[in-house]
Ligand binder design. Structure first.
Ligand SMILES: *Cc1c(COP(=O)(O)O)cnc(C)c1O
Length: 395
């Protein structure tokens, strides 16, 4: 059998490669940070990590993790409800709820799991899920596991959302689901308008804050801070794998009855291992730090403003961003790849995205800004973009 299957896979893989969609991994041989070294020996500035607050290589987090590693061991070898819960897990759940102004939190191994395990335990065929078309793959998969009636509206299109809400009056409960920040454009979901529609059409709201937590809002508390709606949204999901240190782990936080039901019925929680004590301890140290100071969030915001302004002054077409994601529009797929590889030669690590990851003729380079970037890093990035941009006739 395997010979036939091998032939089939080889053909498929060749097709992926010839379509230019084969994903190759660049190997980093330093910690994750602004200036990294790759296995070819080249030193580059990293502008494509989700390391928004520059905490991936934080000494404070590493020290907290080391201490927990010594005191609490390496792993739990259990799911939470059997014998996988330490006080550290409960403390981290409490800290996440404090951060978002919510009632309670449940931890998962990843945000992918949080989204995969949130719909099926709460809603059934009598209910409706109304989802933004650009929501993350894990939301799409989570919705597939649930029997609720599905509605979809174009990205941030409130007219279409309203139409779906009208149709969904036929169902018992309605849940509107959206990413807080959409990862390809960096735009924030219009939570104020979604909230208004939810009140008018009697629906609940879930926001995935993976790209917005630690980033959006004056103190980085996410989209509910930006729109003055702290505590008003029923469900928030998010990751510890981006701004919050970048290790591993996800969560759902929100109304306490919802969290209580997830602890009873959410399959990725019930049937997958507890996060390591050191990761929980580092998370607690991180929320400790954030409760005392906003300096990283402030630095991220001023870095983002500085970078986008300089890029616009250099003549680039930048999508308006309300996050730390900065889409440099090139429109042409081939150009986006050429430009990214020329930038790498100039020591700037960024990725070009094109169809089907973004709409046709909307190819771009996505630059992700971090509090870990210093002004000199940002200047070097703009200089390289300017040099390569002129060379390729972009500006
Ligand atoms: C990154 C991301 C996830 C997945 O997070 P993990 O913790 O890495 O699984 C889920 N949702 C959104 C919107 C994301 O951007």
């Amino acid at each position: 059998m395997y010979n036939d299957f091998k032939e089939f896979l080889t053909t498929e893989l060749t097709n992926i490669e010839s379509a230019g969609l084969y994903k190759k991994e660049r190997v980093i041989v330093t910690p994750q940070k602004a200036d990294i070294k790759v296995s070819t020996g080249q030193e580059v500035l990293n502008f494509c990590a989700n390391n928004y607050l520059g905490l991936s290589n934080s000494q404070v987090l590493a020290d907290a993790a080391k201490k927990a590693l010594d005191e609490r061991g390496f792993g739990m070898s259990s799911v939470r409800f059997i014998c996988g819960t330490q006080d550290l897990h409960l403390e981290l759940e409490k800290r996440i709820a404090e951060f978002f102004g919510t009632e309670d939190t449940i931890l998962y191994a990843s945000a992918f799991d949080a989204n995969g395990g949130v719909f099926e335990p709460l809603l059934n065929e009598e209910d409706a899920i109304i989802s933004d078309s650009l929501n993350h793959a894990s939301i799409i998969d989570g919705v597939r596991l649930c029997k609720a009636q599905r509605y979809r509206y174009s990205n941030a299109n409130m007219e279409e959302l309203e139409n779906s809400l009208k149709l969904a009056q036929a169902q018992r409960f309605r849940l509107i689901v959206t990413d807080g920040v959409f990862s390809m454009d960096g735009n924030v979901a219009p939570i104020d308008k979604i909230y208004e529609l939810a009140r008018r059409y009697n629906a609940m709201i879930m926001i995935d804050e993976s790209h917005s937590a630690g980033v959006v809002g004056r103190t980085g508390r996410g989209t509910t801070e930006l729109y003055n709606l702290r505590g008003e949204v029923e469900i928030i999901t998010g990751t510890l794998g981006k701004a919050f240190g970048g290790a591993i782990g996800g969560f759902t936080t929100g109304k306490k009855e919802i969290i209580a039901m997830l602890r009873q019925r959410s399959r990725p929680y019930l049937f997958s291992n507890s996060i390591p004590p050191m990761v929980a301890a580092a998370g607690i140290a991180m929320f400790d730090m954030m409760s005392k100071t906003n300096h990283l969030q402030d630095k991220l915001h001023s870095n983002t403003e500085y970078f986008t302004k300089k890029m616009q002054m250099a003549g680039f077409d930048i999508k308006p961003t309300q996050s730390a994601i900065c889409a440099v529009m090139l429109y042409d797929a081939k150009l986006s790849q050429q430009m990214a590889s020329r930038l790498l030669e100039e020591g700037i690590y960024v990725v070009g995205f094109y169809y089907p990851v973004v709409p046709k003729d909307q190819a771009r380079i996505r630059v992700q800004i971090s509090a870990g970037h210093e002004p000199a890093h940002l200047d070097k990035c703009v200089e390289a973009f300017t040099k390569v941009g002129k060379e390729l006739g972009v500006i």
